[in-house]
Design a protein around this ligand. Structure first.
Ligand code: SAM
Length: 216
């Protein structure tokens, strides 16, 4: 537990009442008889986890909020656990080349450059060849969520005194810089509804290429 996870213990129950799931993975997932392995990174209230389970995936759901773990354990018992993405040695828990898909819905924009790079390399390591990362992240156009507010600790990475957490706001350049460490990058800027308000974000699909295994 740290200040950042405390924030999410407070925030997630509020979001649960407001957010309607938008089924963004519907046209991205594969459907069929073969069970596929999925990892939901920063599972929050568990909407993506529930969607994936319903559609035949075996899901591992992780978060560093105790609230999230308790809630998602109810729908994904035995495969939901505490995991702090910024604690790099703990990624060892995931075997290399194991997951068909990794989902990170608004959960990869909280880390400094060094940590983000390490996380991307870990996602690359744990994906199967041809496996995919589906992610959504903040963009530099997101003034509502604090782009440009507070102290800029690194380019496009802010310490927001009001919200108490650090947030990265990705430019297109940043998307290429970080996500190409996972695989071939395709992305678009879209607007979604979060916490009852429109929110610009990048929706990103990375496909791990065979020659791109870069065990670190
Ligand atoms: C904006 S919420 C998104 C939750 C969920 N993926 C969704 O889309 O509804 C961000 C989530 O990332 C989690 N998170 C943030 N930093 C994390 C970290 N270092 N390790 C694990 N989870 C983290 C938070 O606890 C929270 O559940």
């Amino acid at each position: 537990m740290n200040n950042f996870s405390e924030y999410w213990n407070y925030r997630l129950p509020k979001n649960a009442d407001i957010n309607n799931y938008d089924f963004w993975l519907k046209d991205k997932c594969e459907y069929g008889k073969n069970i596929k392995q999925a990892l939901d990174l920063g599972c929050g209230n568990g909407d993506d986890t529930k969607f994936l389970i319903k559609n035949g995936y075996a899901v591992v759901s992780v978060d560093f909020s105790d609230y999230a773990i308790k809630k998602v354990s109810k729908v994904n018992q035995g495969s939901t656990f505490y995991f702090d993405m910024s604690d790099l040695p703990s990624w060892k828990v995931f075997p290399s080349g194991f997951f068909d898909i990794v989902v990170a819905d608004l959960s990869l924009h909280y880390f400094d450059e060094k940590t983000t790079i390490s996380i991307m390399k870990q996602i690359n390591r744990i994906l199967k060849d041809g496996g995919k990362l589906f992610a959504r992240v903040n963009t530099i156009n997101e003034t509502e969520a604090g782009a440009g507010d507070g102290e800029e600790i690194e380019p496009n990475f802010y310490k927001n005194p009001l919200r108490g957490i650090n947030k990265r706001f990705f430019s297109e350049e940043d998307v290429h810089k970080y996500f190409s460490l996972v695989g071939t990058v395709a992305f678009k800027e879209i607007s979604i509804i979060r916490n009852g308000k429109p929110k610009p974000c990048f929706e990103i699909v990375c496909t791990k290429q065979t020659e791109q295994s870069m065990e670190k």
